[in-house]
Design a protein around this ligand. Structure first.
Ligand code: ACO
Length: 354
């Protein structure tokens, strides 16, 4: 029995396709590098077309998400005071839980950049900075976080990251969004539920943990292979490696590495990350011969987010900020089908006494 539902087709979608054998991801028929060239808002317009509006364009998306950020800023008082004491991972759940049921897709997606920036500032004792609705989500997020306009190359790097990770077939969080909306729950509920599924270490919770792995291996000195082996012997998972779908190095990892090198050609961590990747892939192959456990996107994602200057605790919330438009699109697509998702289980417990 496939406990992880591997290989089970649970939805028909026009939104995205991940082919793990060929290392391909398509978003509405477009390859990721083409999306990256157009930018995040153009990718959102593409994903939402026909589901959250008609004739959507990058310009219209910049406008709608900008308006959403202005509204989100006016509602910070709904959740920020209570959330500031919590870790960003949990505080972001409170932020999404405070999003109102009547919110539009753009208002839901826009709550994340405003909320995450305000939260990080608030945890540092700094007041929130109002959005500039004329900017892209990436540029405005970094501006709201820093309290001043950041260099274009940082905004460009974050935009590249957000577009690269925008969607990836039926990931666990996307499936959760589809299950929730299929019961006729609100779109806002689908997004907060998807975020809950996303936060786990095996899914969207991984990028910060991938950097933790680098730090831990670095503490072991030159003995990279021995540290990796010890972790596997202790039954630990190597964060940033393996994927349910991809059986080769995640194709998006190279795109993020190229973005890192454009941003920081002398990245101090990259050479060491490559050494750790080599050791990890070899150790996983020894442990699971033929299983093809390769690097997923998380190590390169984490190095890029770190180079942009984001705190490690914000990596997963920022990843969610990039992925939320896909949760929304998938939920709206699922809602159209009108069919509640309710699989069966095989009962293996005791039978009642006769
Ligand atoms: N470290 C150690 N062992 C691993 C790893 C890993 N990174 N990945 C897989 N394995 C082992 C599993 O423990 C399992 O062993 P078992 O058969 O003895 O139980 C075996 O390899 C199964 O491999 P798969 O079936 O290929 O893995 P699965 O599809 O179940 O899991 C997952 C995929 C959850 C991503 C896994 O590879 C993992 O835990 N990776 C580390 C966490 C991580 O980086 N997550 C981010 C994924 S990308 C994303 O979601 C955004």
């Amino acid at each position: 029995m496939a406990n992880g539902l591997e290989g089970i087709v649970a939805a028909e979608t026009v939104l995205s396709h991940a082919d793990g054998e060929r290392g391909i991801i398509w978003v509405r028929g477009h390859a990721i590098p083409n999306l990256v060239a157009q930018g995040f808002e153009a990718a959102v317009a593409l994903m939402w077309e026909g589901f959250a509006g008609e004739g959507l364009t990058r310009a219209r998306m910049i406008e709608a998400l900008g308006e959403g950020r202005v509204l989100a800023f006016s509602r910070l008082g709904d959740w920020l005071p209570a959330a500031t004491r919590r870790e960003p991972l949990e505080a972001t759940r409170l932020l999404l839980a405070a999003v109102r049921d009547a919110s539009t897709p753009a208002q839901i997606a826009a709550a994340l950049p405003v909320g995450i920036a305000a939260l990080i500032r608030s945890r540092n004792g700094e007041a929130p900075v109002a959005p500039d609705p004329s900017l892209t989500a990436a540029a405005d997020f970094l501006r709201m976080l820093a309290g001043k306009t950041v260099e274009e190359r940082f905004a460009q790097a974050l935009d590249t990251y957000m577009t690269t990770v925008i969607d990836n077939g039926l990931s666990a969080s996307t499936f959760a969004a589809r299950v929730i909306i299929s019961t006729r729950a609100s779109l806002a509920s689908a997004v907060v539920g998807a975020y809950g599924a996303f936060t786990g270490a095996l899914h969207g919770g991984a990028p910060g943990l991938a950097l933790d792995l680098l730090d831990e291996v670095a503490k072991g000195g030159d003995n990279v292979d021995a540290t990796i082996e010890r972790k596997l012997l202790m039954g630990e998972r190597l964060m940033g490696f393996g994927h349910r779908v991809f059986r080769l190095r995640d194709p998006r990892a190279d795109m993020l590495r190229a973005a890192l090198l454009r941003l920081d050609p002398n990245s101090p961590h990259l050479a060491f990350a490559k050494r750790v990747e080599q050791a990890a892939v070899a150790a996983l192959e020894r442990r699971k011969p033929g299983r093809r456990l390769e690097a997923n996107i998380e190590m390169d994602a984490a190095l890029l987010l770190d180079a942009i200057g984001l705190p490690r605790a914000a990596f997963t919330p920022v990843f969610a900020m990039a992925r939320a438009p896909a949760w929304i699109a998938h939920a709206l697509e699922q809602r159209r089908s009108g069919r509640m998702i309710r699989p069966a289980s095989a009962y293996v417990g005791p039978t009642p006494e006769a």
